[in-house]
Design a protein around this ligand. Structure first.
Ligand SMILES: *Cc1c(COP(=O)(O)O)cnc(C)c1O
Length: 390
C-alpha cells in the first residue's frame, strides 16, 4: 500500500517569469497562532480558495491598478459582480434603479430576481438625468448604469447622474465592461462602485468567464468581500491565471480594435444597403458630444448598424459573412457579430425592441484586431448579400 503524502512545491521557482498557476484549494498553517494572525489581518496568506487564492490576488491587483483603486474583488463572472454590488447595497424594502439599456442579464436580475427578494427594481433612460431624477424614490439605495449601452451605444449622462446620486446619498454603480479603464475611470466621475465582466475585452480571448467589482468606500468594500466569500461568488484559479495573461496585451488589443471599429463605422456609413450606423466616435451619433466629453477619442470597439428590417436580409447577411463568428458575445480578439433581436434582446416583445431601436435588420459588431482589409471585405460582402435578400 502506498502512503499518499503531499509534496511541497520545489524550491528555486521564485524567479519564474510567468505567473505560476496555483489550483490548490487549501493552504496549511504553521500553528493556531499563525492562523489567528492570518484571520486577524496581521499576516498575509491564504486558507481556503473560496476566501482567496494567489491567482485571484495577482489578477485583482492588476485590475485595481487599471481602475485606480485598492480593494477590487475578482468574481466568478460578470453577473456575479453585478449581483454582488446590488446585494451589498440593497436589502428587502429598498429600491434600485438601472439604465433601461443595461446588459440583458442585468435587466433580468432587475425584472425577475431582485423583486423576489423584496428589492424593488426599475429601469430608466440613463442618457436623461432628468428622467433618472424623476425615477428616484425615498428608498432608492443604488443606481446601476453602463457608460455605453447595448446595442444602441448610447452614452449615459454619467456626470449628472453621479451628482444626483451624491446629493441624495445613493450609491452609483458603473458597469465599465464596454468602456474599460482604457476609455474612462468611473471612480474619477463619482462612481461608488465600479464593476466589470472580465470575460469580455479585459480577458479578451473568449476562454474565461470572470468578473471584478470594487467599492470606493472601505466599509462597503469589506462588506462586498465577505458577501462574495459567503455566497460563493469567487473565481477559479485557472480563469484568473488566463485572464491575467490576457491583460498584458490589453492596451494593444483595445487600441487596435478601436481603430478597426472607427474604420468599419466609416466604411459602413458609405455602403449601399446600410440604413443606419451607430458609433460613438462619429459626429452623426446621437450622443457624439457627450462621448467626446466623457471618452475623448476612446470610443471603443463596438459598432451597431442596420440593414433592411427583415429576417431574410438578416439571414443573408450572416450567411455571407463567412469567417466571422456569429456569436452573442463581445470583446474577443476576433471580430464577432450579434443579432440582438434573436439573442440578447429576444425576451422582449417586438414593440419593446423597437422602442430601443432594435429591428430584424439590426446587427452589433464587436470589432477585433484583424487587419482591417479582412474586416472591411467581409462586411462589404455581407451587406451586399443582405441587400439582395431584403
Ligand atoms: C457580459 C456582460 C456582463 C455579464 O458578464 P458575464 O461574465 O457574462 O457574467 C455584464 N455586463 C456587461 C456590460 C456585459 O457585457
Amino acid at each position: 500500500m502506498t502512503t499518499v503524502r503531499r509534496t511541497p512545491w520545489p524550491a528555486g521557482t521564485e524567479r519564474a517569469l510567468g505567473t505560476p498557476l496555483q489550483p490548490s484549494v487549501v493552504y496549511g498553517a504553521e500553528s493556531p497562532d499563525a492562523l489567528d494572525a492570518l484571520y486577524e489581518g496581521r499576516a498575509e496568506g491564504f486558507t481556503y480558495a473560496r476566501e482567496g487564492h494567489p491567482n485571484a490576488a495577482v489578477l485583482g491587483a492588476k485590475i485595481n491598478a487599471m481602475e485606480g483603486c485598492t480593494d477590487g474583488i475578482v468574481t466568478g463572472s460578470g453577473m456575479a459582480a453585478v449581483t454582488l454590488a446590488l446585494l451589498a447595497l440593497a436589502k428587502s424594502g429598498d429600491h434600485v434603479l438601472g439604465g433601461n439599456q443595461l446588459y440583458g442579464r442585468s435587466l433580468r436580475l432587475f425584472s425577475d430576481e431582485l423583486p423576489r427578494l423584496g428589492i424593488a427594481a426599475s429601469t430608466v433612460d440613463a442618457t436623461d438625468a432628468g428622467a433618472v431624477a424623476a425615477a428616484l424614490r425615498p428608498e432608492t439605495r443604488a443606481i446601476l448604469i453602463e457608460v455605453v449601452s447595448n446595442p444602441g451605444l448610447r452614452i449615459a449622462d454619467l456626470d449628472a447622474i453621479a451628482e444626483l446620486a451624491k446629493a441624495r446619498g445613493i450609491a452609483l454603480i458603473v458597469d465599465n465592461t464596454f468602456t474599460t479603464p482604457r476609455a474612462i475611470h468611473p471612480f474619477e466621475h463619482g462612481a461608488d462602485v465600479v464593476l466589470h465582466s472580465v470575460t469580455k475585452l479585459m480577458a479578451g480571448h473568449s476562454d474565461v468567464t470572470l468578473g471584478w467589482a470594487a467599492a470606493r468606500d472601505t466599509v462597503l468594500a469589506e462588506r462586498m468581500r465577505v458577501l462574495a466569500v459567503t455566497m460563493g461568488l469567487t473565481p477559479s484559479p485557472f480563469d484568473c491565471w488566463l485572464a491575467e495573461r490576457g491583460l498584458y496585451t490589453f492596451d494593444l488589443r483595445y487600441d487596435r480594435a478601436e481603430e478597426n471599429a472607427r474604420a468599419l463605422a466609416d466604411m459602413l456609413a458609405e455602403t449601399q444597403g446600410v440604413r443606419r450606423v451607430l458609433y460613438p466616435g462619429r459626429p452623426d451619433h446621437p450622443d457624439a458630444g457627450r462621448a467626446r466629453q466623457l471618452l475623448g477619442a476612446r470610443t471603443g470597439n463596438m459598432v451597431t448598424f442596420d440593414v433592411d428590417d427583415s429576417r431574410a436580409a438578416a439571414n443573408a447577411l450572416v450567411r455571407a459573412a463567412e469567417g466571422l463568428a456569429f456569436a452573442p458575445t463581445l470583446g474577443d480578439v476576433a471580430t464577432t457579430l450579434s443579432h440582438p433581436a434573436t439573442s440578447s434582446h429576444r425576451a422582449l416583445s417586438p414593440e419593446a425592441r423597437r422602442a430601443l431601436g432594435i429591428g430584424e435588420g439590426t446587427f452589433r459588431v464587436s470589432v477585433g484586431v484583424e487587419p482591417f482589409e479582412i474586416i472591411g471585405e467581409t462586411f462589404a460582402r455581407a451587406v451586399s448579400a443582405a441587400r439582395g435578400a431584403g
